[in-house]
Design a protein around this ligand. Structure first.
Ligand SMILES: NC(=O)CCC(=O)C(=O)O
Length: 282
């Protein structure tokens, strides 16, 4: 038998997923993203999410041209000022980040003062081991993050859930083949396995672009039910997230006290987190 994870004090919040139309002009992408963040805040959102690679067309071939450092980069400056102006927590999708001669697919998160509170490098793409900040603490509770393909690897969500996260949020850009097959299924799987909210935020589909994103930004509740979704065009998906629902489902179906770590290992025990939420392998 195992102990239930201790959920951090948390309160309901309105989540907004911005399914952004993205073009080739980086400064237009930044301006457009900012206007959509402010729109979501005007509609009452407390936590706002952008898609994977929101400042560039999707594709690693675009990375060298669009990559920028986090320190002093235009995208981070825009995201920080938008979070502050809107007064919201912002999960700033991801951007190609240049650092010490390498390029990363990097998610940054901000608090309502515009302070950078989390950085996550997409784990399941590059064959490297970068300690990831897979969760951050918002006043609404702890929120875990991954980027797109990370969603296929259940361990990240399981570690986040067992460390007390109420939601797992993935900026992502599935395509027209794997989107219909697995986009929703994976979110529902992560939600039902971990009894937590799961959301994924895609770019809008652009048939003129070389990569056709699936769209269908979605929010799933801790029972595995889809509570908000959309089609492929630019839109904002809103959902009310109530962390009390996480506790309710965990009490009704008490997986968290019935696990048999005497027979198999607790994957979350293999990760150590510091006070900032940085995860490293023990
Ligand atoms: N951007 C991505 O990581 C795409 C992942 C994807 O499409 C998948 O099926 O997984």
């Amino acid at each position: 038998m195992s102990k239930a994870p201790i959920l951090s004090p948390s309160s309901p919040f309105k989540l907004a997923l911005i399914q952004l139309a993205i073009g080739a002009d980086k400064s237009k992408n930044l301006q457009h993203a900012k206007s959509k963040i402010l729109e979501a805040a005007r509609h009452g959102a407390n936590v706002v999410v952008l898609p994977e690679c929101f400042n560039s067309p999707y594709g690693t071939n675009f990375f060298p041209e669009y990559a920028e450092p986090l320190d002093g980069g235009d995208s981070v400056a825009m995201l920080s000022s938008a979070a502050k102006e809107a007064g919201i927590y912002l999960i700033g999708g991801s951007i190609p980040e240049s650092r010490q001669g390498k390029i990363y697919n990097t998610l940054t998160a901000y608090d309502p003062t515009g302070k950078l509170i989390g950085v996550h490098n997409k784990v399941h793409l590059f064959d490297i081991d970068v300690p990831g900040k897979i969760r951050f603490k918002a006043k609404y509770g702890k929120i875990g993050v991954g980027i797109c393909y990370d969603m296929r690897f259940p361990e990240l969500a399981t570690v986040a859930a067992r460390k007390g996260c109420v939601a797992m949020i993935y900026p992502g850009a599935f395509n027209m083949t794997t989107g219909p097959l697995h986009w929703e299924l994976l979110q529902r799987a992560r939600a039902v396995d971990n009894q937590m909210y799961v959301a994924a935020c895609s770019p809008a589909r652009d048939l003129e672009a070389s990569y056709h994103a699936w769209g269908h930004s979605t929010v799933v509740d801790p029972t595995g039910a889809v509570i908000a979704t959309c089609e492929e065009s630019e839109t904002i998906v809103y959902a009310d997230v109530d962390p009390a629902q996480v506790e309710t489902i965990r009490s009704s179906i008490p997986l968290y006290t019935q696990r048999r770590f005497d027979i198999y290992d607790d994957v979350s025990e293999s990760v150590a987190f510091d006070d900032e939420g940085n995860g490293t392998k023990k």
